[in-house]
Design a protein around this ligand. Structure first.
Ligand code: SAM
Ligand code: SF4
Length: 329
């Protein structure tokens, strides 16, 4: 069986963007109350006493927008200082990176994924929700700041939506030629956004890959990441292009991850809502770490079955109620 050693940790469910595919503006969302968040100390207790003893050693901080969490640099420093930590990375929309990139780097974070769905200000606004002011420039400045500060690898996540940003695939891929940046094209998923998905559907990775190949050629890159991306490079390019194809492919059999929500629910599979455990309430009720460890270990044993069950999204209009921002994408 595949080792499950990668924990994606959502630190917050709120966000300063309202991306159409993640938290559509017309959808009313209820947010967690401050007291419902796992505190930094609770998170560290879970890592040290439950997850690390079970073999977890790779962690990603996400959200919602994790840069909105004021204690983020301390959380980073604490996780980095754990002997078991082999890898720590962060996924962010980049909007606050001009202010925060340096402190995060100093705290020990070296790897970062920044979401950037368009190089065009107007398209970007359309995707992230119209707040009447341009946010593209500041996001771009955040990416440049992260680059300057030294984040490596620096990955850019692009969710490709037909008729919205799919015409920019080549422009985005081109960024990898001169810069050591890594673009990850992600197939759009029907999670928390039923209507948009039903209107637009998704673009298979194979089509995007072909487009790039027709223009420049593509070679398989010798990269073995933590994730499910298939990675290639344009000949002579400094960076890589990768494809995350959870709609067109099933990579459940090589899935090495589980997700912890900002309010402490452990979710064994992104695509399936069964089997979740409320670790925060258990911790606050004084349940002993040994028992929590056993409950998580039992859940990990069930994970292969959970993965394959009901993986029917998109095929029959099924979509998920929790948004990616609530799950921790
Ligand atoms: N706010 C941060 C960001 O946007 O990078 C981190 C959280 S966000 C939920 C994590 C990733 O999930 C982003 O790269 C985002 O593009 C992706 N995502 C969100 N909703 C998605 C969907 N419906 N389909 C595919 N990817 C999605
Ligand atoms: Fe916010 Fe990230 Fe979701 Fe966009 S994808 S709404 S930036 S959490």
């Amino acid at each position: 069986m595949n080792a499950i050693d990668y924990l994606r940790i959502s630190l917050i469910d709120k966000c300063n963007f309202r991306c159409q595919y993640c938290m559509p503006e017309d959808q009313e969302l209820t947010y967690l109350l401050e007291q419902d968040f796992l505190t930094k100390n609770e998170l560290l207790t879970l890592l040290k006493e439950v997850f690390i003893p079970l073999g977890f050693n790779k962690f990603r901080l996400t959200g919602g927008e994790p840069l909105l969490r004021p204690d983020l640099p301390e959380i980073v420093a604490e996780i980095i200082s754990l002997k078991a930590t082999q890898d720590l990375s962060l996924t962010t929309n980049g909007f606050l990176l001009t202010q925060k990139a340096e402190s995060l780097f100093k705290a020990g974070l070296k790897r970062i994924n920044i979401s950037l769905d368009s190089l065009n200000g107007q398209t970007f606004e359309q995707i992230i929700g119209n707040h009447g002011k341009s946010r593209w420039e500041k996001t771009w400045a955040g990416i440049l700041k992260a680059y300057e500060v030294g984040f490596n690898p620096l990955k850019l996540n692009v969710v490709v939506i037909p008729g919205v940003n799919d015409h920019e695939v080549l422009d985005l891929a081109q960024l990898t030629i001169d810069k050591n940046w890594h673009i990850r094209f992600i197939e759009f998923m029907p999670i928390g956004n039923g209507q948009l998905f039903q209107e637009k559907a998704w673009v298979p990775s194979a089509d995007i890959r072909q487009k790039i190949k027709d223009k420049w050629g593509l070679e398989e890159a010798n990269v073995k990441g933590n994730g499910p991306a298939d990675v290639f490079s344009i000949p002579g390019a400094k960076g890589t292009v990768g494809f995350i194809s959870q709609m067109s492919e099933c990579f459940c059999d090589r899935c090495n991850r589980v997700r912890l929500s900002a309010d402490g629910w452990l979710r064994p599979c992104l695509l399936n809502e069964t089997g979740q455990i409320d670790l925060k309430t258990a911790l606050r009720n004084g349940v002993k770490s040994e028992l929590l460890q056993k409950n998580v270990a039992d859940l990990l044993l069930l994970k292969p079955d959970i993965n394959f069950k009901e993986r029917n999204m998109g095929s029959n209009g099924h979509s998920y109620d929790r948004t990616m921002s609530q799950i921790g994408g």
